[in-house]
Design a protein around this ligand. Sequence first.
Ligand code: PLP
Length: 370
Amino acid sequence: MSCDFLTLAQPGVQKLSPYVPGKPVDELARELDLDPTKIVKLASNENPLGPSPKALEAIRAELAELTRYPDGNGFELKRKLAERCGVAPTQVTLGNGSNDILELVARAYLAPGLNAVFSEHAFAVYPIATQAVGAQGKVVPAKDWGHDLDAMLAAIDDDTRVVFVANPNNPTGTWFGAQVLADFLARVPEHVLVVLDEAYIEYAEGDELPDGLEYLSRHANLLVSRTFSKAYGLAALRVGYGISSAEIADVLNRVRQPFNVNSLALAAACAALDDATYLAESRRLNDAGMAQLEEGFRKLGLDWIPSKGNFIAVNMGRDAAPLYQALLREGVIVRPVGGYGMPTYLRVSIGLPEENQRFLDALSKVLDRA
Ligand SMILES: *Cc1c(COP(=O)(O)O)cnc(C)c1O
């Protein structure tokens, strides 16, 4: 008799579904025999500008050193981030994407018998990181698509070690302001680590979105996670970071892989941090694209959830899955979010003006036919 290696997996893992990424361009091209250069992908909240030229230059300069292990302590990137964030380098944790930071937190602070609190319609990695270490995820119903922070506070119990909050949240784009964040942090029990996921902060800084770093000195139980994957345009390299107390950073450092951030990512991230022009252009393009999509939705009579990210969730008013498929046949890849409990919505990343227009035209066409 052979063993069943599914039921041998720990119970939390058995209940997980694998993360479903946006469909890659080449995969769609193969499946439907389309010209990949004609396909528009607005499915993974990637930066449509392409990487910063400064980052590309830094990567080229680093290529000759590929035989060597990267700097396992990421000295230069930590130094730069610390300076930028107004903290000590010992407060910085580097991750293989900010996903890695979320997993390090789970591995260090969660275990069977313990739980993490997060919201309905929140980022899919929170349940994965939690259940992968055998802990329980406590999902709190959302309010107007956003985090119901009062209800999340009420869900915290003696076994809670982590609460994940995303500001803004993905895939809803919802956010909360400074006063709400301050009130929340003041009420979270001291033994609960608050992971404030600011993957999109660069798109909305100063625009009703609080800067989580400003709360670090008052709250020893706060970790702010950020990434180079979105506004900094380096998603493929996998590099993100957490800013916390030095004590928490020391704990996370104990469980990370020795060389969790590769040398090309380290070099590119350092260079990207210096490219203020690129960052400003990313934000300008995003603001313009967001306005373009909202205007398009208005004309199509569709409603949407206002967003502070580089994406927007738009309501089809019916099962969105067939429309997602129909858009694929038009060579436009967006993201169905039924798996996030939003079956009538599609999440669309903000693209270049012509990409946004291609999407709106294709959407209009498939809605006419449906
Ligand atoms: C994209 C995203 C991340 C980060 O992804 P990495 O590429 O691993 O840095 C983290 N949180 C949210 C909410 C995201 O949407």
